[in-house]
Design a protein around this ligand. Structure first.
Ligand SMILES: Nc1ncnc2c1ncn2[C@@H]1O[C@H](COP(=O)(O)OP(=O)(O)O)[C@@H](O)[C@H]1O
Ligand SMILES: [Mg+2]
Length: 249
């Protein structure tokens, strides 16, 4: 049996305590096959980042289980299989691009030789070779995003999780990230990324999931969501509005 890249079973999450306790994720189950590009779509506050943080074990679920490449999230070494780009990547401004990647490689437990190999490949791929020894504090948003991608890829993981990788980038920056995702797919990687930019999802994904207010409303191909003659944005908005209406009624 082929192991799924990502398997989430019945995950629930609430924040706060007592009367302030607020459930944000409801019984999420999702299976992503190896080699798939999966777009996780939803309006602000839908629970995209929270789901991603559960996958990285930055947060614990209240119930349910999560697995990455057959390894239970939270148990030994599951992070070796996963690369992550945060919605708001953090960098030490006084480190150079090269030092930043060296730090990440070290934190991933790689040896110096393997880190140096990966750093030169990734700097080249992300067109950061010329900026390799400049401090990250002076980098543009696009350069920081490309460095964030290199960071996520330093240990050559099988599964990549990107939280809103295209948001805030100009068209050139968006195009570069899209190209990279396509390239990673060709290498056989699994990519799970969240977005609210529908045109990006359309171009890249094998399958999408739509989440609203912590409830998964749809998973499948784009064709299953699109009504004839109606564009993706309209289908998406009407699905969300129907759900908002139903949950108020
Ligand atoms: N650390 C936290 N404490 C309390 N509430 C949180 C926390 N993180 C997220 N939330 C709430 O959980 C919901 C989902 O947030 P989030 O996963 O960030 O949404 P998205 O990434 O889809 O915009 C929101 O209502 C948000 O306010
Ligand atoms: Mg988010």
């Amino acid at each position: 049996m082929v192991i799924p890249a990502i398997k989430i079973s019945g995950a629930n999450k609430a924040f706060g305590f007592g009367r302030k306790r607020n459930q944000v994720l409801y019984d999420l189950s999702l299976t992503i096959a190896q080699g798939e590009v999966f777009g996780f779509l939803g309006p602000n506050g839908a629970c995209k980042s929270t789901t991603i943080k559960l996958l990285l074990r930055f947060l614990n679920p209240d119930s349910g289980s999560l697995q990455i490449m057959g390894k239970t999230v939270g148990q030994d070494e599951f992070r070796h299989q996963i690369g992550y780009l945060s919605e708001f990547p953090f960098f030490y401004d006084h480190l150079t691009a090269r030092e930043t990647l060296l730090l990440s490689g070290r934190l991933s437990g790689m040896n110096r030789w393997a880190i140096d190999q990966r750093i030169s490949i990734l700097l080249e791929r992300m067109t950061l070779t010329d900026a390799a020894d400049r401090r990250v504090g002076g980098f543009s948003k696009g350069m920081k995003q490309r460095l964030g991608m290199a960071n996520a890829l330093i240990h050559d993981p099988a599964v990549l999780v990107f939280d809103e990788p295209m948001s805030g980038l100009d068209p050139v920056g968006r195009h570069q990230i899209k190209e990279l995702i396509t390239e990673l797919k060709e290498q056989g990687k699994t990519i799970f990324f969240s977005s609210h930019i529908l045109s990006d999802i359309e171009a890249l994904c094998d399958r999408i999931g739509i989440i609203n207010k912590g409830v998964l409303l749809y998973t499948g191909g784009l064709e299953g969501l699109l009504a004839p003659g109606v564009d993706l944005e309209k289908c998406f908005v009407s699905l969300i509005e129907e759900n908002n209406h139903a949950s108020v009624a």
